[in-house]
Design a protein around this ligand. Structure first.
Ligand code: NAD
Length: 321
């Protein structure tokens, strides 16, 4: 069995490699070659923690396993990251545990890769302005991955806590892009691509604020009750997701479904667009929305890549298990 510690991962996997892994597994899911098992997420009644599992099997890549982890709000006071996760991989032929991989950085990379895949396949080619809603830990990864996909000349941003906007400004500067803090009306009017990555439980951006032709990647809603955009915006858009069952239960679509504004069969898999079985964007005025709920197979795909790289570079720790 191989162990790849959290501290080794930053030097092993690039955003580009994460993109390839996530794009490939979305395609495999849509072909029926890979599937996720139901998500478990529990408030454990200790340390105010939320803990759970995301798991699945990719028959094409032979990745079997799970990501275990959650959110410990008291960690920061102890000098630890609040989000904690580890990925366990198993040999698909024998069931033996084949690897344990630190999952914290991988979570940010695979989440950023997912919205980046959606931008590659759904945003207008001439998109110039990137709009960011959210300025927390994930937002910097999201912005950097998005910038790989289109020739943006500006980033604009809004955050519920304005004092955090400096993270967006610094990240944009690192990409050589100007940044401007704006209100939500301007953000919706001017942005060609919008990424929302917040822990909001009420809608931030509404349909009336968004210009025709925009692509929106809603990445923060991964739990029942969370919501980043109005259900009216989901109803106005052509909606794509990583996995439909998660989209309607824990993703952004849960609200539009509950209000009867959309039906499940109106939500398409992003993998179908990657595979060419769905045409994707149909016009320059269509609003497209990607509901990125975060699936276990994304974690397995990037973790498996990390294990291969770590073995090849002699960094993986081998344990008789
Ligand atoms: P973080 O704690 O670092 O940042 C939280 C962000 O949400 C900040 O921008 C904050 O200002 C904003 N926020 C907090 N309360 C808000 C409110 N009431 N209304 C509007 N905005 C509010 O978190 P993070 O690590 O950046 O993660 C952001 C979100 O992304 C979380 O909800 C997390 O669960 C989710 N996430 C999703 C995936 C996925 O695969 N879809 C993966 C990782 C994280």
């Amino acid at each position: 069995m191989w162990i790849v510690p959290e501290a080794a991962i930053a030097d092993l996997i690039t955003p580009e490699a994460s993109f390839e892994a996530v794009e490939a597994v979305f395609a495999a899911m849509s072909r029926g070659d890979a599937y996720n098992f139901p998500v478990i997420r529990e408030a454990i009644g200790h340390a105010d923690a939320l803990y759970g599992f995301k798991s699945g099997f990719d028959r094409a890549g032979l990745n079997l396993g799970l990501k275990s982890g959650g959110y410990w709000p008291g960690n920061e006071a102890r000098g630890l990251t609040n989000h904690q996760s580890s990925v366990f991989l198993f040999d698909a032929d024998t069931g033996k545990c084949s690897a344990v991989v630190g999952g914290n950085l991988l979570t940010a990379l695979r989440t950023a890769a997912a919205s980046s895949v959606s931008i590659r396949h759904l945003a207008r080619q001439d998109a110039k302005v990137l709009g960011m809603i959210g300025a927390g830990h994930q937002s910097a990864f999201q912005m950097r991955a998005a910038a790989q996909q289109r020739d943006f000349d500006k980033v604009i941003g809004w955050n519920f806590h304005p004092e955090m906007l400096s993270r967006l400004e610094e990240t944009a500067a690192g990409l050589g892009l100007p940044f401007e803090a704006v209100d939500l009306d301007r953000l919706g009017q001017e942005a060609d691509v919008i990424i929302s990555i917040t822990s909001s439980f009420s809608p931030i951006l509404m349909a009336s604020q968004v210009s025709p032709g925009t692509h929106i990647a809603c990445m923060g809603t991964d739990t029942k009750g969370k919501q980043e955009v109005g259900a009216d915006l989901v109803a106005r858009a052509s909606v794509f997701t990583d996995e439909v069952s998660q989209s309607i239960s824990i993703g952004e679509c849960q609200h539009a479904i509950a209000q009867g504004l959309i039906k499940e069969d109106m939500i398409s898999e992003l993998g179908a667009v990657i595979n060419g079985t769905h045409p994707g964007r149909s016009s320059d005025t269509e609003v497209t929305l990607f509901d990125g709920t975060g699936v276990g197979l994304q974690d397995l795909a990037v973790a498996a890549k990390v294990v291969d790289l770590a073995i090849a570079r002699g960094i993986a720790i081998e344990v008789d298990f």
